[in-house]
Design a binder for this molecule. Structure first.
Ligand SMILES: [Zn+2]
Length: 396
């Protein structure tokens, strides 16, 4: 880039921000972009030209007011230019295609057996995503450099329910994913397609998805994903903060001091995941002799007012709140939002909220929003697509 104010992911006036202003309808011309971003018209022009040459923006409606001063209109191309997205969970996968503005074009979901291993699970999902793309009618083409590789997709974003070393796309010590430890997702995908594949953990995807759809105006946020496992994604300065290796926000093995007894899958005891995750609730209720198969069963018991299940949910909420209180005091976010299946659990949410107010500095909570993630079932694939769009926009 030749301009002084270098574009960086998520910063005001970067290419991604310009793209988002057009995609959201806030801006329809270079003049709008200059006004809204605060950049000079010449800088806006340079960036818009780059985005047009990438196929990320297009000009429309020119030539209609001959002789007038009407500015050329800008739009995000719809149709044709799509990205693929996969949000892999412990038991289900949601996958689909989105356009370059991040809008969902098509979405599917189906059960998966994570214990079938990465080659089988990811191989099938890649094939199914490619089949959704225009012109994609089967397996992702394996021939490098061939025309139409990836069935017309510009890239695929994949979310994994476990720790991911972001730079390499390798999975590191996941809980409840036998056979996946050390698996190089990016290398596996690179053998099957030569379009860019970006891999991240599911909590980061949820954070990105909620950030772009619900709170793009909030630059400092913590989004907690509480389902079978438990994790968080951090938005700092308007961008996803991954830390040095990609593990930022992973609160699953933070120790909850009040519960030192529960043994965790990591070999330590008293981890948040071992006392407050969906898997922990299932295990604890079974230990008490209740016939619970999975998280759905736990939620049903809580809905029915079962006192054991409700007490456990409250305890889980307190434990999550204790860890988040440290996070909030340290990081001072504008919003803490909880998503995933356990976010539907009212006793858990109430305890988490009360603990946060009790344990945090007044200055940290006086304007803090504590809420549910509201972006819905597609939040993960919206985040996955955003990874790919960011990669395309910010690659230079
Ligand atoms: Zn642990």
């Amino acid at each position: 880039m030749t301009t002084g104010d270098a574009p960086r992911e998520g910063l005001r006036g970067g290419p991604r921000e310009l793209l988002r202003l057009v995609a959201s309808g806030a801006a329809a011309s270079r003049a709008d972009l200059a006004r809204l971003s605060g950049l000079s018209p010449s800088t806006v022009s340079l960036r818009v030209e780059a985005l047009i040459s990438e196929g990320l923006l297009q000009e429309t409606g020119d030539g209609k007011s001959r002789g007038g001063r009407r500015p050329r209109q800008l739009a995000v191309p719809t149709g044709g230019a799509l990205v693929g997205a996969v949000d892999l969970g412990a038991h289900h996968a949601r996958f689909g295609t989105l356009d370059l503005s991040g809008r969902v074009v098509e979405v599917r979901s189906r059960p998966v057996r994570i214990e079938d291993g990465p080659e089988a699970v990811l191989g099938d999902l890649l094939d199914e995503v490619a089949a959704l793309a225009p012109g994609g009618s089967g397996p992702v083409p394996g021939q490098r450099g061939g025309p139409g590789v990836g069935g017309g997709l510009r890239g695929i974003g994949i979310g994994i329910p476990g720790p991911v070393h972001f730079e390499t796309g390798r999975i590191v010590s996941p809980s409840r994913m036998p056979g996946w430890n050390g698996f190089d997702v990016r290398a596996f995908c690179a053998e099957r397609t030569d379009i860019p594949v970006v891999v991240d953990n599911d909590a980061n995807l949820m954070a990105l998805g909620e950030h772009v759809t619900t709170h793009p105006e909030l630059d400092h946020a913590v989004y907690v994903k509480a389902g079978t496992g438990i994790g968080a994604g951090v938005i700092s300065g308007g961008r996803l903060h991954r830390g040095a290796q990609g593990s930022a926000g992973d609160i699953s093995h933070c120790r909850v001091v009040a519960d030192p007894g529960a043994l965790c899958s990591c070999g330590n005891s008293g981890c948040l995941e071992a006392v407050a995750s969906g898997a922990a609730l299932v295990a604890a209720l079974r230990e008490q002799g209740l016939p619970v198969e999975d998280l759905t069963g736990v939620m049903r018991l809580i809905d029915d007012g079962d006192r054991h299940a409700t007490a456990l949910a409250r305890r889980a909420g307190r434990s999550i709140g204790e860890i988040l209180a440290v996070v909030v005091n340290f990081f001072n976010p504008q919003v803490v939002a909880i998503g995933g299946r356990l976010a539907e659990c009212e006793p858990l949410l109430a305890s988490m909220r009360a603990t946060l107010y009790e344990r945090c500095l007044p200055l940290a909570t006086q304007a803090l929003l504590i809420e549910r993630v509201v972006a819905g079932l597609d939040v993960g694939i919206v985040g996955a697509a955003q990874l790919v769009i960011d990669r395309i926009v910010d690659r230079d």
